[in-house]
Design a protein around this ligand. Structure first.
Ligand SMILES: Nc1ncnc2c1ncn2[C@@H]1O[C@H](COP(=O)(O)OP(=O)(O)OP(=O)(O)O)[C@@H](O)[C@H]1O
Ligand SMILES: [Mg+2]
Length: 364
């Protein structure tokens, strides 16, 4: 057993190849704290499920080491790891009733009969389904089946629960409801959760920290707010939330400020994040809500001429597409509370933003 100072889960230099040639997980170093809700987020094929399967014990790492509670588990059988799992397709036993499904992991673990009944009842309460105990999975809706799957993963009090796109098959409303419910269960039980999704809003809603995967590599591991506000590279800036990009060249760097030349259009003041020397290409990243239309002159260090291309009214805000600095797909979000200036397509405006809201990242 490990000491309480050990990380609960640790991947150290973990690699995985299925065919002996391509590494689908490249060099994974990741620690997960006790009680944490950590999400692996990334596009299809980026290695999320593979990572989860290595932790669950259904895949063996090609290289490196995985520890759980201080113990190396690389070659430990899945059922010995005491990990609960929830998959996208609920994987309930169709011929068993709900309470039999929930009793199953307890029977396997040789829990005493009266204990089993208590634990099953408690797990059903947790997912608000006590009245459904005698139904079979085929008599339940998708959302109800997913609740049972969740209850089954929790019923034996695992210290770690893995979930792979558990809400992928549900409609939007139910998915959002279950996101909050899972989050509350996590808070109540204090169990450690590793969650996989390719849905960024789901990841931001539910997680303590998010590991953004691409191409078998963690691109950034951070709290949701930091991923959105402080992306460290262009992939993360583009993958999380809406992002405006401007391609240019570093003209000057001075500590925490840089000047970026947008060839033929002008000079932008930004903060250097992942940039090399003067002359190297860079992509600026700027969130749509950080841009002002027709600011007072001199209000921002960055102010440029722009032309309104399109306006889309969305209730709480208006999306305004403008062309600026050679980019005709530059989006500005104007909150309707601010009193949207009356704009129309074709109109010439000025747009402005602060240098600190504009991050100079790797050329994308
Ligand atoms: N059993 C397998 N045998 C061979 N290749 C595999 C196997 N499982 C996954 N792969 C490959 O490994 C890569 C990573 O797959 P993985 O399932 O981990 O991706 P993912 O991030 O979970 O994607 P998705 O969002 O589509 O579920 C992919 O290129 C995939 O084709
Ligand atoms: Mg997957």
């Amino acid at each position: 057993m490990g000491t309480t100072n050990d990380p609960f889960v640790a991947f150290t230099d973990v690699q995985k190849t299925y065919d002996g040639e391509t590494l689908v997980v490249k060099n994974l170093n990741l620690t997960i704290e006790r009680g944490e809700f950590l999400t692996l987020l990334g596009p299809s094929g980026s290695g999320k499920t593979t990572t989860l399967m290595m932790l669950a014990g259904f895949e063996v790492p090609t290289h490196g080491r995985i520890t759980l509670d201080g113990v190396e588990i690389n070659n430990m059988a899945p059922h010995k790891r005491n990990i609960g799992m929830v998959f996208q397709n609920y994987a309930l036993f169709p011929h068993m009733t709900v309470d039999e499904n929930l009793a199953f992991p307890l029977m396997v673990r040789k829990v005493a009969k009266d204990e089993v009944a208590k634990k099953v009842a408690r797990a059903l309460d947790m997912v608000q389904m006590p009245q459904m105990a005698k139904r079979r999975p085929g008599q339940l809706s998708g959302g109800q089946q997913q609740r049972v799957a969740l209850a089954r993963a929790l019923v034996f009090d695992p210290k770690l629960v893995l979930m792979d796109e558990p809400l992928g098959a549900l409609d939007k409303q139910l998915r959002e409801h279950m996101q909050i419910e899972i989050k509350h269960i996590h808070e109540r039980l204090g169990v450690t959760v590793v969650y996989v999704t390719h849905d960024q809003s789901e990841a931001l809603t539910m997680s303590d920290r998010v590991a953004v995967f691409n191409d078998g590599i963690i691109q950034q591991l951070a709290k949701p707010s930091a991923l959105y506000e402080q992306p460290e590279n262009s992939f993360v800036a583009q993958f999380i939330g809406e992002n405006n990009r401007l391609n240019g060249k570093i003209a000057s760097v001075n500590g925490t400020a840089c000047g970026v030349e947008i060839p033929n259009f002008g000079m932008v003041s930004a903060i250097p994040i992942s940039v090399q020397s003067v002359g190297s290409p860079t992509t600026l990243s700027l969130r749509p809500e950080r841009v002002r239309i027709n600011p007072e002159s001199g209000a921002y260090a960055n102010q440029f001429d722009a032309e309104v291309q399109e306006l889309i009214y969305l209730g709480d805000h208006t999306r305004c597409r403008v062309s600026v600095l050679g980019n005709a797909n530059f989006i500005i979000k104007v909150a309707n509370a601010e009193g949207v200036p009356s704009l129309s397509p074709g109109q010439k405006v000025r747009v402005g933003w602060k240098p600190e809201d504009c991050r100079a990242l790797d050329a994308y």
